[in-house]
Design a protein around this ligand. Structure first.
Ligand code: PLP
Ligand code: COI
Length: 338
């Protein structure tokens, strides 16, 4: 397979066209055929609920090229189930797991020449998305849905890569309400985070760190990633109903246990920030982004974790990547080789 002509080692997390994407409609109570398209646009009714009432959910996952020339997809079942959950959360038609699986495999295989070569640090980002495509003018769920998958080759989400970033606590913005949609991967959550995210960037930070909306007492998560802290041989990560259940975080918790660390998933008060030895943001796009500094925009408090990635974060990062690339045995059955 001839590879696309790209500067693989210097890719950023940005959209690049590939050759094909896949689509499937749910109409009249059933899913249709999976269609392959070479167009990057869709033809959409102007009254589609996705455009008016936010019926949109997406997923993010990655495919990796191994040393053995095989392509590996990480924990697709988890993403499939989360999309089902997101769909139900905003009254959309859930995509059956098997349809999800065939769509992502097809999208990856058709674009094999865009899977970044082993050793470049890049991967093929897979973006499944589901939208209400049927027209409504009253506030009601659509009667037609469109499921799509596109792929795009990417490098690190934060330009720093595996180098520590600064993040900013913003108390004047809520990303998600306590009983709202924060636990679903729906577009509206990201719309709610754009203003504070752009401001954080303008003020020199890689991302915003949100606190719980009700009390502003506990850490929720960063704009595009979950939060973790490490101290006393323990991996600590927030438990909250308004954050996305990150598959990377879940995997890191398992890897931390495998390494003999304790794992605590519980409310994490802001006052605990000075006690961590290491802090990181984790997610599919972010992988692990070590955090060197957290600034509280409103109180002026600053928390520092050092300019170098911490020992445990580094170990976790390498272990996760080794499994994803196929360099190490996939003990937990996380990887689908295609
Ligand atoms: N939190 C938010 C808000 C996200 O957008 C993401 C990215 O998917 C994550 C956390 C990390 O989740 P995952 O590890 O499943 O990619
Ligand atoms: C991911 O990590 O897959 C995400 O969706 C985060 C961000 C790009 C929204």
């Amino acid at each position: 397979m001839e590879k696309a002509n790209l500067d693989w080692s210097n890719l950023s997390f940005a959209y690049k066209d590939t050759d094909y994407n896949v689509r499937c409609y749910h109409r009249n109570g059933e899913w249709g055929e999976l269609e392959v398209s070479s167009s990057n646009t869709i033809n959409l009714h102007m009254a589609a609920t996705a455009l008016h009432y936010g019926q949109e959910a997406f997923e993010g996952m990655k495919a990796f090229m191994g040393k053995d020339g095989k392509i590996r997809i990480f924990r697709w079942e988890e993403n499939a189930r989360r999309l089902i959950n997101s769909a139900k959360g905003i009254m959309m038609e859930p995509v059956p797991e098997e349809l999800f699986k065939s769509a992502i495999i097809k999208a990856v295989q058709l674009n094999e020449k865009y899977v970044p070569p082993y050793g470049t640090g890049a991967s093929l980002y897979i973006r499944p998305l589901l939208i209400g495509s049927g027209p409504r003018v009253g506030v009601k769920p659509a009667d037609e849905y469109l499921f799509m998958v596109f792929v795009t080759p990417v490098g690190p989400y934060f330009k720093e890569g595996f180098n520590p970033v600064k993040i900013q606590i913003a108390r004047d913005v809520d990303r998600a309400a306590p009983q709202g949609t924060g636990r679903y991967k729906v577009g509206g959550n990201y719309a709610a985070s754009l203003g504070s995210g752009v401001r954080a960037h303008d003020e020199g930070f890689a991302a915003c760190l949100y606190l719980d909306a009700k009390e502003k007492k506990y850490i929720d998560e960063a704009g595009p990633a979950n939060f973790f802290g490490i101290k006393e041989n323990t991996y600590v990560t927030p438990k909250s109903d308004s954050i996305l259940p990150s598959i990377t975080n879940k995997s890191l918790q398992q890897l931390a246990k495998d390494m003999g660390l304790k794992v605590e998933q519980r409310p994490v008060p802001v006052e605990e920030l000075p006690t961590f030895d290491e802090v990181g943001a984790c997610g599919t796009a972010a992988v692990i982004s070590p955090v060197k500094e957290i600034q509280d925009r409103d109180t002026g408090d600053v928390y520092n974790y050092g300019d170098k990635p911490g020992t445990i974060s580094t170990k976790l990062y390498h272990k996760l990547q080794a499994i994803q690339n196929g360099d190490e045995e996939d003990q937990h059955g996380w990887v689908l080789t295609i």
